[in-house]
Design a protein around this ligand. Structure first.
Ligand code: FAD
Length: 512
């Protein structure tokens, strides 16, 4: 790969064409090479990588750091680090969890490169937990055949990693951080390549490429583990800019989100807790599911039990688990007056992670030149129909790095090149309370054609696309369950629901 000579690109916004004549400030000089949108794990790591290669980066983030899904991540990140482990074994578990829909090439990249990205994080100063012999402590989570999940501060992994990465970003002089700015549109140059963004403050930014790291969309559902900003804005911006989307019907519901404890509704109790021996019980105290089965199986078992018994929650027993191992989970519950060392915790499933998003290749490239997508907003196909626990943080670092490197190789814009004007409409509106309730009711753990048809009329554009994608997939597979089609259709193995630019419904496409 050619390595990047950083030059001043000389791109300017043309005030007369942007719809805010006379009010749009000129693009800062020197302009960036790369504009990274989003300051979660994927965005911070991509920004640091690009800057480390000599690139100039503008990092734009809508919300404060503590409101990213990355900051909330508990369990850790998966990497084949144990002596008895290997990328091939990690790949095997990833393929199994993904239920015949994993894009093998993407999963191979993840499993091969995760150990090196873990080493990068350590080199940056992230201190991962050690066991009492001083060796790296590896956790076991559902779907993993071996202990391979590294964590930091027990269940404070995301917080620890993000603190380190954001501290590094702040002192990196080639990164300009714009916090509290929401990107409301992507802007193309004269050649049709995406070269810039328009912010909600009227400011336009330009560079060689734009890397979207805007996170997932699980907060489109009313019961969720995600922060409120995770409603898929990047996915809608990319689609409006002509990018293809994929796999929108696949939404992971986490089995164990707190239910009915005031102040902690939806708070996630990490899968790692079950890896350390916590068990699930019905209202009569009986166990009813293999706690370490892949999370779609556990979540659906809970959902069906709750529907059958009309109970609001099942109970997670972590009394046999060392509280010191999960300090922030224990502290959060104790603060709410519920001690998990002595009492079972009421839990039920909540929307947690979207496998679908902006179609992207092994270097994070979307289908639109100049536009990249990494982290949860991207869909490389690596998770298939069901993400293997803790593969998503690894994905942020593996593909965040790849996209950063590739984006620096984009051609520099022509001198004085103008950008397309931003549209006046809000392309990625926040969902209303009604939309979020409708998503939970009609695109939840078990979907019906009737509910999905109703959801196709929802005012929110992403709700409609999810509904159309779920309606088109007439089978049950991984995280997607259709009441009328309870079986998996082998003819759909490897076939992804792809929403082409401008389309409202998906086309069925085989990915290799
Ligand atoms: C409670 C919880 C626990 C989890 N635990 C784990 C775990 O243990 N292991 C694991 O692998 N995964 C875990 N996950 C999933 C994982 O955290 C996420 O998939 C991952 O962190 C996503 O990172 P990201 O960088 O793509 O997005 P995020 O971390 O969500 O960051 C998105 C960023 O984009 C910004 N943004 C969004 N839209 C715009 C816009 N229009 N303009 C400007 N900025 C914008 C946001 O402000 C934010 O800065 C967990 C998720 C949750 C919610």
């Amino acid at each position: 790969m050619a390595r990047h000579v950083v030059r001043e690109t000389g791109v300017v916004a043309e005030p007369g064409r942007c719809g805010h004549a006379g009010t749009v400030p000129a693009v800062p000089r020197p302009p960036s090479d790369v504009i990274v949108v989003g300051a979660g794990a994927a965005g911070l790591f991509a920004a640091l990588t690009a800057a480390g290669e000599g690139g100039r980066v503008t990092l734009v983030s809508a919300r404060p750091l503590a409101e990213t899904a990355s900051y909330w991540a508990q369990g850790g990140l998966a990497a084949a680090l144990a002596v008895e482990d290997s990328p091939a074994l990690h790949l095997e578990d990833t393929l199994t969890a993904g239920r015949g829909l994993v894009r093998r090439s993407a999963a191979e990249v993840l499993c091969e490169e995760a150990p090196a990205r873990f080493a990068d994080l350590e080199a940056l100063g992230v201190r991962f937990d050690a066991d009492r012999h001083g060796n790296l402590a590896l956790g076991l989570e559902g779907g993993h055949g071996i202990r391979r999940v590294v964590h930091a501060g027990g269940s404070a992994t995301g917080r620890r990693i993000l603190r380190q990465l954001s501290a590094d970003v702040v002192i990196q002089e080639r990164i300009e951080v714009l916090e509290g700015r929401r990107v409301r549109a992507l802007l193309a140059g004269a050649d049709g390549r995406v070269r810039g963004v328009a912010g909600d403050d009227g400011r336009m930014l330009a560079g060689r490429a734009v890397v979207l790291a805007t996170g997932g969309a699980a907060a489109l559902w009313s019961r969720t583990t995600n922060p409120p900003g995770s409603y898929g804005s990047g996915v809608l911006l990319a689609h409006a800019a002509g990018a293809e989307l994929a796999d929108l019907e696949f939404v992971q519901f986490h089995p164990t989100a707190v239910a009915g404890i005031a102040g902690r509704e939806g708070f996630l109790v990490s899968e790692a807790v079950r890896g350390e021996g916590a068990t699930l019980h019905d209202a009569a105290g009986e166990r009813f599911v293999d706690e370490l089965a892949p999370r779609d199986a556990v979540a659906r078992a809970i959902h069906r039990l709750l529907v059958k018994t009309s109970q609001p929650a099942v109970f997670l027993d972590m009394t046999a688990v060392d509280p010191a191992r999960f300090p922030n989970v224990v502290a959060a519950l104790r603060e709410a007056g519920h001690d998990p060392a002595t009492r079972r915790i009421p839990v039920s499933p909540a929307s947690h992670y979207v496998m679908g998003g902006i179609t992207s290749d092994l270097h994070g490239r979307s289908t639109v030149p100049g536009l990249y997508a990494v982290g949860e907003c991207a869909c490389t196909g690596l998770h298939g129909a069901n993400r293997l626990a803790s593969n998503s943080l690894s994905e942020c670092f593996v593909f965040g790095r790849r996209a950063a490197l590739a984006s620096l190789d984009e051609p520099a814009p022509l001198p004085s090149e103008a950008l397309s004007p931003p549209p006046s409409a809000d392309l990625a509106p926040a969902p209303s309370r009604e939309t979020r309730r409708a998503m939970w009711r009609d695109a939840g753990l078990e979907r019906t054609a009737e509910g999905l048809r109703r959801l196709r009329e929802d005012p929110h554009p992403l709700a409609r696309l999810v509904a159309a994608s779920a309606l088109a997939r007439e089978e049950s597979r991984g995280a997607h369950a259709r009441a009328e089609f309870p079986a998996t259709d082998a003819a759909l193995d490897g076939r992804h629901g792809v929403v082409p630019p401008g389309a409202a419904t998906p086309t069925n496409v085989e990915w290799t």
